[in-house]
Design a protein around this ligand. Structure first.
Ligand SMILES: *Cc1c(COP(=O)(O)O)cnc(C)c1O
Length: 421
């Protein structure tokens, strides 16, 4: 359920017509709905009722500080994977004590900054990272709260680029090495072992891989406790999928019940790191048709948004539903068109869509663009980053301004040996 709905034939974000925002800020732009963000957070939180749970929103899905702050106000913590994301979470009002620091390549500077800020826990992904963290923490005189991220060698059955829990993936400590890494952690200065972390991938559409991975973690906790390690936290990651094109992912309630079933009796505080589930359907990318080109095979609808603004279709072959902002008149037929951007890459396409054929100047809304959308944007083809707009009831605010080409050029330097004399 989201709050992007037609009213008298026009797509609204809550109380605000998308066409009005387009007139005010120009296209393309991302638009987020506060009510949708809040709803998704609450539904997930309610699904965990009865567990001693902490929800740490995975900031990388959508890291705009207004989005993080919206969730922080509801009690969300944050899962961050860089010091930049940590700063965002802190600026957005997430207390350090609710920030989990994840990531496969933390630098010493990032470790030091996280420790000084006093984050809840650092999720360590390898034996050498543990040694480095021990050195950094000892030199600061701070004990690092540490969970080891384990790799359960479970296939998440998702797109290969977002599967993270197989033994061939770069993430986590390989299953056979886990007991040894915990033993080492217990012996190292500056390290305080608090828990076990696992995250097997993203856009997961079945409970089975979660159940398998969490079951293995439960067995592991038994083994680790028997070896004398104090395991207080379980971090079960994110990854629950959402519908983009009619998929039927498990509901948060089904997911919550499975978790209660598998790990409910462990006497641990359980952290969750949902990203996509919270923000995906809370955002659209609004774009204007530049022109329609009749190809030999089909019509190409060339729009002013492109792969640099929303990378998912070309990166993951992902499908996003595209709808007209002004509904076509009754009786207009859908035809197959391909919606493409202006970039000089064949991969710059939003895919084939069944749409009433749009005309030049029409607005389209690319749906389910709130997660892994704006955060993955680049400036390829010198296309400046587009604005992000947040709606809250009848209120609208630009929460990130459009970058201009002049802003971009101002950061580049023409060497004086090239200056014409
Ligand atoms: C990306 C990521 C998440 C969030 O994944 P979603 O599929 O967006 O829920 C959670 N935890 C970690 C460690 C991640 O890397």
């Amino acid at each position: 359920m989201d709050h992007f709905q037609y009213r008298s034939g026009e797509m609204f974000a809550e109380e605000v017509a998308l066409s009005r925002i387009a007139d005010d800020v120009g296209t393309p732009f991302y638009c987020y709905s506060t009510a949708t963000l809040e709803r998704h957070y609450r539904v997930f939180a309610e699904a965990l009722n009865g567990l001693d749970a902490g929800i740490c929103y995975a900031v990388k899905a959508n890291s705009n500080i207004a989005v993080i702050a919206t969730l922080a106000r509801l009690g969300a913590g944050a899962d961050v994977v860089s010091i930049g994301e940590m700063k965002r979470a802190l600026v957005a009002g997430v207390p350090a004590a609710k920030i989990l620091f994840s990531g496969v390549g933390k630098t010493q500077a990032e470790m030091a900054a996280a420790l000084k800020a006093g984050v809840l826990q650092i999720n360590v992904e390898s034996a050498p990272e543990l040694e480095t963290l021990s050195n950094v923490a000892s030199s600061l005189g701070i004990d690092a709260n540490v969970a080891i991220r384990v790799n359960p060698d479970v296939d998440a059955m998702t797109h290969e680029k977002i599967a993270t829990g197989k033994s061939e993936n770069k993430f986590g400590v390989g299953w056979p090495d886990v007991p040894g890494v915990y033993a080492r952690a217990a012996a190292l200065p500056g390290i305080r072992v608090t828990g076990v972390a696992v995250h097997i991938g993203s856009q997961i559409l079945s409970l089975d891989p979660f159940r398998k991975a969490y079951g293995k973690v439960v067995d592991l906790v038994g083994t680790l406790r028997a070896a004398g390690h104090g395991i207080e936290h379980l971090d079960l990651g994110g990854g629950l999928g959402i519908p983009y094109a009619g998929e039927q992912p498990p509901t948060p309630e089904e997911y919550g019940n499975m978790v209660k079933d598998v790990v409910g009796d462990l006497d641990c505080k359980i952290f969750f790191e949902p990203g996509r589930l919270i923000t995906g359907n809370a955002g659209v990318l609004v774009t204007r048709v530049i022109r329609v080109k009749k190809g030999t095979a089909r019509s190409f609808v060339i729009v002013d948004a492109a792969m640099n603004d929303l990378l998912r279709p070309t990166l993951y072959n992902a499908h996003h539903a595209i709808v007209p902002v002004i509904e076509a008149p009754d009786g207009a037929n859908n035809t197959e068109v391909e919606v493409v951007g202006p970039i000089c890459e064949t991969g710059d396409t939003f895919g084939k869509q069944m749409l009433p054929e749009p005309g030049e100047g029409d607005l389209l809304a690319i749906r389910t663009a709130g997660a892994y959308g704006a955060v993955m944007a680049s400036v390829y083809n010198t296309r400046p980053l587009v604005p992000e707009v947040m709606v809250n009831g009848a209120d609208v605010l630009v929460i990130r301004e459009r970058i201009t080409v002049d802003d971009m050029l101002a950061r580049e330097i023409l060497p004086d040996w090239l200056a014409s004399g």
